[in-house]
Design a protein around this ligand. Structure first.
Ligand SMILES: C[S@@+](CC[C@H](N)C(=O)[O-])C[C@H]1O[C@@H](n2cnc3c(N)ncnc32)[C@H](O)[C@@H]1O
Length: 273
């Protein structure tokens, strides 16, 4: 057997251990990037082969949190793809504002930078007090950071530029306090945000929503898992509710494509039919 085939067996066993011991199911993640992340984890943690991770995973709960963090890519930024946030502000907010309250689900929110971006724009549009935002991610460590709303000050210059491109009406610095070398987001921004862990691969719908943002998450899933998640979103959205996916994502090729109508193809914005 060549080493690659042996590695396939190890990946299979690792994912089964993760699922059977802890209930996290990564079997339907896109295999190439999953394998890359497992190998990175291997190198960082000084294991010599993938199967060495398994006993630790079975007997040491700390390894679970670590592995979940390693397996999920949580790169994000404030006002990522500012054009999308500009469209959200100009076109989508007026549409969803008719609902009371406006329920928003930010799925796969990572460390929360996008959630605060949305909250800032909603605040500037005087809509935030009428909104309930459910911000969820599979990674409990990322959710802790999101809940704290504390970010490195060094990132704020780029975020300020993004904010202006997204049509922010003031200055980003109006929305955070500087403490030492960190930006602490204004606590009132999270008054109506509920941060929670939620696994799109295994958990179910928990609320009726009018707007769902799930950006740069579906790219890591295979088609079957992507369709499961789209079904969740369909079940959660009220009729006419809006789905916003990442720039590299879309509904093309999905069995659920017919259930949505394109609103703005270039921004991957869809409305539930
Ligand atoms: C690349 S980040 C995207 C963050 C943010 N939406 C953005 O676009 O900047 C992908 C996020 O998806 C989360 N994720 C991966 N699998 C998930 C799952 N099964 N359920 C919920 N979140 C998941 C990861 O933990 C990670 O935080």
């Amino acid at each position: 057997m060549d080493p690659k085939e042996i590695e396939d067996i190890e990946v299979y066993l690792l994912l089964e251990a993760l699922r059977l011991r802890h209930g996290y199911d990564f079997r339907q993640y896109a295999p190439a990037s999953l394998r890359r992340r497992i190998i990175q984890c291997l190198n960082r943690c000084e294991y010599t082969c993938i199967s060495e991770i398994i006993p630790n995973l079975l007997y040491d709960d700390l390894q679970l949190t670590r592995l979940i963090s390693e397996l999920s890519i949580h790169v994000t930024e404030m006002f990522r793809d500012p054009g999308t946030f500009a469209v959200m502000r100009q076109k989508i907010f007026p549409m969803v504002a008719a609902n009371l309250p406006v329920n928003i689900w930010h799925a796969g929110c990572s460390t929360g930078e996008e959630v605060y971006s949305l909250a800032i724009l909603l605040h500037e549009a005087e809509l935030l007090p009428r909104c309930r935002i459910y911000a969820t991610d599979i990674n409990p460590q990322a959710i802790e950071v999101a809940r704290s709303g504390i970010y490195p000050l060094g990132r704020m210059r780029q975020y300020s530029a993004n904010y202006l491109k997204a049509g922010g009406s003031g200055s980003l610095s109006d929305h955070y306090q500087v403490v030492h070398d960190a930006a602490h987001m204004d606590p009132h921004l999270r008054d109506n945000i509920l941060f929670s862990t939620h696994n799109l691969a295994t958990d179910s719908v928990f609320a009726e929503t009018h707007l769902i943002l799930c950006r740069n998450v579906l790219i890591y899933f295979d088609n079957q898992l992507r369709d499961r998640v789209l079904r969740l979103f369909l079940d959660s959205l009220s009729p006419g509710g809006i789905l916003c996916l990442g720039n590299a994502e879309g509904l093309r090729g999905s069995a659920l494509q017919e259930q949505f109508q394109f609103m703005m193809e270039s921004y991957n914005l869809y409305a539930k039919i």
